[in-house]
Design a binder for this molecule. Structure first.
Ligand SMILES: [Zn+2]
Length: 217
């Protein structure tokens, strides 16, 4: 185990604790992963284990995966390792994945509703909407396929009757986006209580996306 990997193991734990502390997840649901360097072939990544409360996690409990294979006998990786792997396979720019059962995002997802451009910050997820992937049983290849499709050209998506996924170039970026998506889901949900929110036109969202790209440099 290299210094970098040791550091990343702790960073995965800190991110998992932070998503519960920031109110975007609860209990043992949700999971976090980060990509490890790999020369070529299947992605290597660290992921939270299944069935251990985040506040009891030790660095050695974080599971190192090489493709579909855990590189240690126990504990077992999160049951959702499949979509983490498929995201790293399909999206070379993604270095971290945060999956939560955030209450407002999941409430919309229970209605199979994504988040349209009711607010310009929806562009933070990479486009003019945040899609909702259709329902499939947790841990299945079908769920992973649906999630990958909903994430096309985006950094976040909702999962019907389940939760949300946010990805990024770092653990902190993925976590920050997950917090933003939950805030947007809450605002959208609140706005829906008193009327039908106005949706920004595509040309305005294109302008916002361009400006955001400028600010990121
Ligand atoms: Zn889940």
């Amino acid at each position: 185990v290299t210094d970098t990997e040791q550091h990343l193991r702790q960073a995965v734990i800190d991110t998992a604790l932070a998503m519960n502390a920031q109110g975007i997840n609860q209990g043992k649901s949700g999971n976090v992963s980060v990509r490890l360097a790999s020369a070529e072939g299947e992605p290597r990544f660290l992921i939270t284990p299944t069935a251990i409360a985040y506040d009891r996690l030790r660095a050695q409990d974080i599971v190192a995966m090489h493709g579909m294979t855990p590189t240690q006998p126990a504990p077992r990786p999160s049951s959702e390792w499949r979509f983490h792997l498929d995201i790293y396979r399909a999206r070379p720019e993604v270095a971290a994945v945060v999956h939560t059962h955030a209450a407002f995002a999941t409430s919309l997802a229970c209605l199979a509703r994504g988040i349209p451009a009711f607010h310009y910050m929806v562009a933070m997820a990479g486009g003019n909407d945040i899609r909702c992937a259709p329902y499939a049983t947790f841990g299945t290849q079908t769920l992973s396929d649906y999630a990958l499709a909903a994430l096309a050209g985006r950094q976040a998506c909702l999962l019907a009757q389940h939760g949300m996924i946010a990805v990024g170039r770092s653990l902190s970026a993925a976590l920050a986006l997950a917090v933003e998506v939950e805030a947007l889901a809450r605002m959208y949900w609140q706005a829906l209580q008193i009327g039908e929110p106005k949706i920004l036109p595509d040309e305005e969202m294109a302008r916002v996306l361009e400006k955001m790209a400028d600010y990121r440099g």
